[in-house]
Write a protein that binds this ligand. Structure first.
Ligand code: FES
Length: 116
């Protein structure tokens, strides 16, 4: 209930400006490499930088609206959920994101969980 506890839950990661539009910036966390995406509406999403298909680097894909196209075999992945657009199947981990005054925050606890 304390405000400090709530603030502690969030970790400052980067700024909106440091994420290329329609691209991503990768950060290394305990959980693995996390790709932080920005779309043309300046919405920010964070998912594990591993395609649910064969682990392709999603951060190197192209963002369209709320999806990213994997650079390896062109699956489309929803940025909010980390799940593949049908007919493909499977999900990569997605992370909670908060953007405030151009600063991007991620949930500290989620970043520290070990993968899997
Ligand atoms: S690894 Fe991403 S589509 Fe195959």
């Amino acid at each position: 209930m304390s405000e400090t506890a709530q603030l502690d839950q969030w970790q400052k990661i980067t700024t909106l400006e440091e994420i290329p539009i329609l691209g991503a910036r990768v950060i290394r966390a305990k959980v693995g490499e996390v790709a932080i995406f920005r779309n043309s509406e300046n919405e920010v999403f964070a998912i594990l930088d591993q395609c649910p298909h064969k682990g392709g680097p999603l951060s190197q894909g192209i963002v369209h609206g709320k999806t990213v196209t994997c650079p390896l075999h062109s699956w489309n992945i929803y940025l909010a959920s980390g799940c593949a657009v049908a007919p493909d199947e499977g999900c990569t981990k997605s992370f909670e994101v908060k953007v405030e005054s151009g600063v991007v925050w991620l949930n500290r606890e989620e970043l520290q969980r070990t993968h899997g």
